[in-house]
Design a protein. Structure first.
Length: 521
């Protein structure tokens, strides 16, 4: 039997607005999760299931572009507030299923829209501001008395507040929803540190332990913890200063376990490498935000507080999913490195491996990349690597070469034989010279290689890579082949060679005879 339709007078406003109904419904599920810890583990589980069900309802209906536009057309701060309210439960599942990934994508789309000119007055009463923020007028009155909203303007006998006050109120609302105490909020505002408190809350670094307490929890000496923390690029703090968060204590227990195998110096050395790499990753994420949010928002007249609120919410939504991404990359890199080491050892002991192919391999890297990267941000550095990749694609095409992979400031490629690889290397130098890239240098070798996991391994690969390290700026070094190649063959490929002596290469036994290759004038 068909369900009887409610009369228009009985239908709520959310019945007429599917977007509002969906967002409100998901928010109710999220609130169940947020309040669940106080009701015990079983209540928390029910809240999580309810929130997940609402999320499926929202994404399962596949919000249309029109519906999304309606969300974007809403007052930006309101949308951000609702999404922030949802972020805590949703972030736990972001990317873990198609449903959560779709919801994350929709949320980021909304957040990326610059604020449109909305019906926000520059002279609001506390009641009007309370409606925008979603708080009671009594709460806004308390904030005003504490000086949180700044100085009002007098319009007759009425006090009025402008857009800056509204942004402060939105920040306060965000912080309170993320667990900040009211007095903590007032103290931060008095010290003009409200933006810092927003970032602290959004990143989730709530320090609960001193250095000595954290060291005891992780079963590591306080001196090692201080060295390890400094190597990661952070301050270890004073003895009685709260520095370490609960989630960091879990990591320190792992550090204590690793000491059963590795020396303290080993762990500090690795921490230094990881710290530098994570600094670059963090810079890349912030540069992405500046490009996608800050510039368009500034052009749209958004305030600094509005952009900060967006940054905090984007961090809420995206940071939890970076862990699996970084773990995936680390596993891939460890797998490739371990495989390369194993193959080199087997080759050394047996003289070869079944399934090896005979062809040429080359590496080209950017000279002075380290110095250049010190002057650029992380994404500008990555653009240099991308430009190198495009140059290699153009140069390899006519020589039947192919790119294997990009490795930071270098690109690895293969070609059918040494002549083709050398000619491709010469073309690559010429193509790169027409761009803004610094000079390149190239190392090439030919010999047996093992193909595995879409990559190549073996001594030949190692020799080519190490030749790049000792090649001159703008030059090509080639490992001298066992089979002689005549000057005529080199010239037919537009190349000329000179003896380059014997080079000692890192990680390669003995000295390697090399040739200097350049374009024929």
């Amino acid at each position: 039997m068909a369900k009887k339709k409610k009369p228009a007078a009985e239908r709520s406003s959310s019945d007429d607005n599917p977007v509002k109904s969906a967002v409100a419904g998901t928010a109710r599920g999220a609130k169940a999760v947020v309040s669940a810890p106080a009701k015990g583990a079983r209540a928390a589980e029910r809240g999580r299931k309810k929130a997940a069900g609402k999320a499926r309802s929202l994404t399962g209906k596949q919000l249309s572009k029109t519906a999304l536009d309606k969300m974007i057309g809403a007052i930006p701060g309101e949308v951000v507030r609702d999404l922030t309210q949802l972020s805590a439960p949703l972030a736990r599942y972001s990317g873990a299923s198609n449903v959560s990934a779709a919801l994350l994508a929709r949320s980021l789309q909304v957040l990326a829209q610059p604020p449109a000119a909305g019906p926000v007055s520059d002279a609001m009463t506390l009641r009007e501001m309370a409606e925008h923020v979603g708080r009671s007028q009594q709460a806004l009155t308390g904030w005003a008395r504490a000086g949180l909203l700044g100085q009002p303007k007098r319009v007759g006998r009425t006090r009025r507040w402008g857009r800056d006050a509204l942004e402060r109120a939105r920040l306060a609302d965000y912080l309170l929803r993320h667990g900040a105490a009211t007095q903590e909020l007032f103290d931060a505002a008095a010290a003009n540190q409200l933006p810092l408190l927003v970032l602290k809350r959004s990143i989730g670094h709530q320090a609960t332990a001193t250095r000595d307490e954290a060291a005891a929890e992780g079963a590591v000496p306080p001196e090692l913890l201080a060295r390890f923390t400094q190597a990661l690029g952070a301050a270890p703090g004073e003895e009685d200063e709260l520095v370490y968060a609960d989630r960091e204590l879990d990591a320190l227990r792992l550090l204590g376990a690793l000491r059963s195998v590795y020396s303290d110096d080993d762990l500090v050395e690795v921490a230094s490498v990881v710290g530098r790499a994570m600094h670059e990753i963090a810079e890349a994420f912030l540069e992405l935000f500046r490009r996608r949010f800050t510039r368009p928002f500034a052009e749209a007249g958004a305030s600094e507080l509005e952009m900060l609120l967006r940054l905090a919410t984007v961090i809420d939504l995206t940071v939890p999913m970076t862990g699996p991404l970084l773990e995936m990359i680390l596993r891939r890199q460890l797998e490739a490195s371990a495989l390369a080491e194993t193959i080199l050892e087997v080759e050394h002991q047996t003289g070869g491996l079944d399934g090896q192919v005979e062809q040429a391999v080359g590496f080209a890297d950017i000279v002075g990349f380290t110095r250049a990267s010190a002057r650029l941000n992380a994404l500008e550095v990555s653009q240099m690597a991308e430009s190198l990749l495009h140059c290699a694609e153009e140069a390899l095409l006519s020589h039947k070469g192919r790119i294997v992979k990009s490795i930071g400031d270098a690109v690895m490629f293969t070609a059918p034989d040494l002549l083709a690889a050398s000619a491709a290397a010469a073309d690559l130098l010429e193509v790169a010279a027409r761009t803004d890239l610094p000079p390149l240098r190239v190392g090439v070798a030919q010999g047996p290689m093992l193909r595995a996991y879409a990559d190549f391994f073996g001594r030949t690969v190692n020799v080519a890579s190490r030749l790049t390290d000792v090649a001159p700026s703008g030059g090509i070094l080639v490992a001298k082949p066992d089979k002689h190649i005549s000057d005529r063959d080199w010239k037919q490929n537009g190349l000329v060679v000179q003896e380059g002596g014997r080079k000692r290469l890192r990680g390669v036994d003995g000295r390697v005879p090399v040739l200097r290759v350049k374009r024929l004038d």
